[in-house]
Design a protein around this ligand. Structure first.
Ligand SMILES: C[S@@+](CC[C@H](N)C(=O)[O-])C[C@H]1O[C@@H](n2cnc3c(N)ncnc32)[C@H](O)[C@@H]1O
Length: 460
């Protein structure tokens, strides 16, 4: 059924489809859905999966959607015959709530063109040479510095999470009726896969041919669990988008493999409608570029559960050669990760003059150990690393050790850019300004033996 169709030539060229109001059933999150080889895969025997897809069509320029509708829309708007190269940064085919689209367009400057990578493109996509792997990954083609923008990419497809999208009335009531007939939880999940697949297929059909090809060439770790070819690829390659409310499938970033100690961190940027990858430590040439698919601070068993749907069962993320889930390795990693979150190391310089021969930074050792452990775990992309690097930079300014001050400023740079979304101020790299800083001046008093009341907490 088509209502409200705007019969102008422009509207014929550039249209959004909106599926109408409904009482959405509460769907399990994708993470709770089946994976692996599911014997009951496919819709239940009595399930009649044919239903009409009911939608209205709107001009792509409109934001005036009725309440509680989900829309198929291209962001930014584009003409039917446009190729991705016709629009700077390309466009994302989306299936999102209409209200969200309205909100996006109220973001100042939306949708600005994604940013150029620092120093130009610095990666290629190629086959992994690791034994037992025959898939692709991203590799640095030159040295990438901590803090560099590796890529800012507008996705090919963005879909809101299953439970965030209002289902069309026809599908919702159809599914509700069918759901009454299912007898097992697995059947319920299979019906949900099917319903969800029907909805995202429309978004896929709207994609440009070259995007469709790229999308179908992506990995699929959900071939035997009832997810169809499109849903399977979204589950395998989707990156958190829309500030956690959706999933984005990208041409390049979806080729990045997982590490529990990754060298880049990704973030969603509404104003450019894109995903950014920032290096959190230096990445030498020919090194694989990685992100974390899970909460990297969680214990290994929890990480293993999150990674199982990706068919990642043995994740070798460090140069120990052991899987992160190996009990011998995870015992150390788990204890450290728990400590990072719980023990805050506050440092206080000693009031008493230490015995002769004591290194002047003896009291800094707990934070230095923490810093070393964070690096050994590959957790440079965490707030704990940011705080500890900041703490050590301040401590060494106080101790008037220029070399180490600059060293920790360099360590802070990458993660600071990721969390603060701006460059670390150049004054932290300017020797003259460091010498004039209050912390350095306070260090003078300490050096002269005056009692100095100062505490270095990692939250500074
Ligand atoms: C988003 S894709 C990454 C790109 C993929 N390697 C490719 O060839 O297109 C996710 C899939 O890559 C593989 N993968 C990613 N990280 C891995 C890791 N650390 N160990 C083993 N397989 C991994 C898994 O098959 C996973 O389902």
């Amino acid at each position: 059924m088509r209502r409200g169709f705007l019969a102008t030539s422009k509207a014929k060229e550039r249209i959004d489809k909106a599926v109408s109001d409904s009482n959405t059933p509460v769907l399990p999150k994708f993470t709770e859905l089946s994976h692996g080889v599911v014997p009951e895969a496919g819709v239940p025997k009595d399930y009649k999966p044919d239903f009409d897809h009911e939608y209205n069509e709107f001009s792509a320029d409109t934001l005036n959607y009725p309440k509680k509708v989900a829309v198929y829309t291209s962001i930014p708007a584009r003409g039917c015959n446009d190729k991705p190269s016709d629009i700077p940064g390309g466009w994302a085919e989306c299936f999102i709530p209409g209200e969200l689209k309205r909100e996006l367009y109220s973001t100042p400057g939306f949708p600005r063109v994604p940013l150029a990578p620092t120093g130009g493109k610095a990666y290629c996509i190629k086959e992994l040479e690791e034994p037992g792997r025959n898939d692709l990954g991203l590799f640095a083609t030159r040295l990438i510095h901590a803090g560099d923008l590796v890529v800012d990419e507008r996705p090919m497809l963005v879909v809101s999470g299953g439970s965030n999208v209002p289902l069309p009335e026809s599908i919702a009531s159809y599914m509700a009726e069918q759901l009454r007939q299912v007898t097992t939880l697995e059947q319920l999940k299979q019906v949900i896969f099917h319903g969800w697949g029907t909805l995202v297929k429309t978004a896929f059909d709207r994609m440009a041919d070259e995007y469709k090809e790229e999308f179908m060439a992506l990995a699929n770790s959900h071939e035997h669990d009832g997810s169809d070819e499109i849903v399977g690829r979204i589950r395998t390659n989707g990156i958190q988008a829309l500030d956690g409310a959706g999933s984005a499938v990208c041409k390049d970033i979806s080729r990045v493999n997982h590490s529990c100690g990754p060298n880049t961190s990704f973030s969603w940027h509404t104003e450019s409608f894109s995903v950014q990858l920032i290096a959190v430590r230096d990445i030498p040439p020919n090194t694989e570029i990685t992100i974390s698919y899970c909460n990297k601070l969680a214990p290994a068993s929890e990480r293993a559960t999150t990674l199982a749907p990706y068919e990642i069962s043995s994740c070798i993320c460090t140069d120990t050669g052991l899987s992160c889930f190996d009990p011998a390795r995870s015992k150390i990693g788990d204890a450290r990760r728990a400590k990072f979150a719980q023990d805050i190391i506050a440092l206080t310089p000693p009031f008493e003059k230490p015995p002769p021969g004591t290194p002047k930074d003896a009291w800094v050792q707990p934070a230095l150990r923490r810093f070393r452990e964070l690096e050994e775990e590959g957790l440079e992309g965490t707030e704990y690393y940011q705080k500890t690097a900041h703490q050590l930079m301040n401590v060494y300014t106080f101790l008037q050790d220029m070399e180490k001050t600059l060293f920790y400023a360099g360590k802070l740079k990458g993660v600071y850019k990721f969390y603060e979304k701006k460059e670390l101020d150049m004054m932290y790299f300017n020797e003259e300004e460091i010498r004039e800083s209050p912390m350095w001046t306070m260090g003078n008093l300490h050096k002269m033996g005056a009692p100095v009341f100062v505490s270095f907490a990692p939250l500074e």
